[in-house]
Write a protein that binds this ligand. Structure first.
Ligand code: ADP
Length: 476
């Protein structure tokens, strides 16, 4: 039984509830996890509040020593940690290792960045007055994260909040708690004082309500669906809890006629299906300029049909299972709706017959769709690539912007003029030009519109967990 981590102790939940942890590749139970409720969350918030008194007064140099040790721990234990991530999430082993490497980098990077939370001195209009602005840690932070990146999602928020001098109550997804527990262990082994990091996994609604209701918790950092983001926004309006929200996305990809068709098609077949498409910045809606559309569709379908689907430990596997049966059903429903609209499925779109157990799905490329199709409007979060055609630059940009989401967008062109024109007109928080990974540890990750508010990673991510304070001294 995996226990909760509260006030430096591994402990069972107050009400004794537990949940099964399922391997999505085999549908078998991996283990049982003690399931927290709001009661446990309140206890953890109390511990974090007590720990904040001293943690917030440590220097960023002291905090950096611990965070860097934790980064080293993650690197040293990468093989074991990656194995557990494959078990709980289904993702291929190589992707799990890559994710742990990034998680370690986040701890190291924020350990350094917190040393540079400079304030400023402001010249005043009175000779007897001096004004300065300083940054101070916000307090106890509740960090709720989704299952698609079991280490990366929590790491970027935990590392920034801890480096800023905040204490944390984390609620990772109940589908993928093992990676988060490994991270808590890394911090504990590195000497983090008790109560500074707490992890409660269990009844999401009850824990979420405790986070919103407890006045000691100053901010919720949330990575997950727009649906739950809205629930938190409603709740926060009553309690004045601050929010950072990394929500859904529906990223368009504009492929212009001057791009290298074969290279983009090949790279797209990898980028679209990374983590099975269960990525909020996943390139989703592909808009391809008419003169190259047929060739692009043919090449792409060829590459996609060769992708290897299977268990995450199997050599050469590129797509593991989806996270749950429900997630696979949601993808299948979207595809069924497209079929009824006479969409053409160029490849995939079925459960592979050799993989009866597990939530596997053969990656699909779909065409003959229009902008009102659910495959254009919804966040798919699965291995389906819808293809659309566009004629001129402005039509393409208009179609790309036709969504309530605003997280990431992608442009492929060999024209500098087109690259600048399109990237400046796309209504999204991140634009990749000839680049599938616009984000990075050192860069601000955040969405416009329904995709959220605030930023993670980069120096912006640090200030999400700090308050700005003006200090004015008079009578000098
Ligand atoms: P998904 O459906 O893709 O898992 P969610 O937005 O539901 O995405 O999940 C993201 C995180 O939010 C998970 O840790 C989940 O447990 C948590 N969560 C779900 N419902 C609530 C809620 N009502 N309040 C707070 N957190 C929630």
């Amino acid at each position: 039984m995996h226990k909760l981590f509260i006030n430096g102790e591994w402990t069972l939940s107050q009400d004794g509830q537990h949940l099964p942890l399922i391997n999505p590749a085999t549908e078998e139970m991996i283990d049982t996890i003690s399931a927290a409720s709001g009661q446990d969350a309140h206890l953890a918030i109390g511990a974090a509040q007590a720990a904040f008194k001293s943690w917030s007064r440590t220097t960023p140099y002291q905090r950096a020593t611990i965070l860097k040790k934790a980064a080293d721990y993650l690197r040293e234990h990468m093989d074991d940690l990656s194995r557990d991530m494959v078990l709980e999430s289904g993702k291929p082993l190589g992707e799990a290792k890559g994710e742990w490497a990034v998680a370690a980098n986040l701890f190291e990077w924020y350990a350094e960045e917190a040393k540079r939370a400079y304030g400023r001195v402001i010249p005043t209009n009175r000779p007897d007055k001096r004004s300065s602005v300083i940054w101070q840690p916000m307090g106890v932070i509740g960090i709720i994260t989704a299952w698609n990146f079991p280490a990366y999602n929590p790491a970027r928020a935990w590392a920034a909040a801890l480096a800023a001098g905040c204490t944390v109550v984390a609620k990772p997804s109940e589908n993928t708690p093992l990676s988060a527990y490994h991270m808590a262990r890394a911090l504990a082994e590195s000497g983090i004082p008790k109560g500074v990091i707490n992890v409660v996994v269990g009844d999401a609604q009850s824990i979420g309500t405790a986070f919103l209701d407890n006045p000691a918790l100053k901010k919720i950092s949330f990575t997950g669906s727009t649906r739950v983001g809205k629930i938190l926004m409603d709740g926060a309006s009553k309690t004045h809890t601050k929010l950072s929200l990394e929500l859904g996305g529906n990223a368009p990809v504009l492929v212009f006629e001057d791009a290298d068709v074969d290279a983009v098609a090949k790279a797209a077949s990898i980028a679209r299906f990374r983590n099975n498409g269960q990525v909020c910045i996943a390139p989703q809606r592909f808009y391809v300029q008419r003169p190259i559309f047929d060739r692009f569709a043919e090449l792409l379908s060829g590459y996609v049909s060769n992708l290897k689907v299977g268990g995450g430990f199997e050599q050469g596997v590129q797509l593991g299972p989806l996270i749950t049966k429900r997630q696979r059903e949601s993808v299948m429903n979207l595809l069924d709706q497209a079929r009824q609209e006479n969409a053409r499925i160029l490849t995939g779109g079925y459960v592979p017959h050799h993989l009866e157990k597990g939530y596997f799905f053969q990656p699909a490329v779909v065409t003959n769709l229009n902008q009102s199709s659910p495959l254009a409007r919804n966040e798919i979060f699965g291995p389906v690539l819808p293809l659309f055609v566009f004629d001129d630059l402005d039509d393409g940009i208009e179609m790309a912007n036709d969504t309530e989401y605003g997280l990431a967008a992608y442009v492929f062109t060999n024209s500098l003029k087109t690259a600048i024109y399109a990237s400046e007109r796309l209504d999204f928080g991140m634009v990749g030009v000839n680049e599938w990974a616009p984000h990075g540890t050192e860069s601000p990750f955040g969405g416009w519109n329904y995709s959220g508010q605030g930023h993670e990673s980069g120096s912006e991510g640090l200030y999400e967990y700090m308050e700005k304070k003006l200090i004015s001294i008079g009578g000098l």
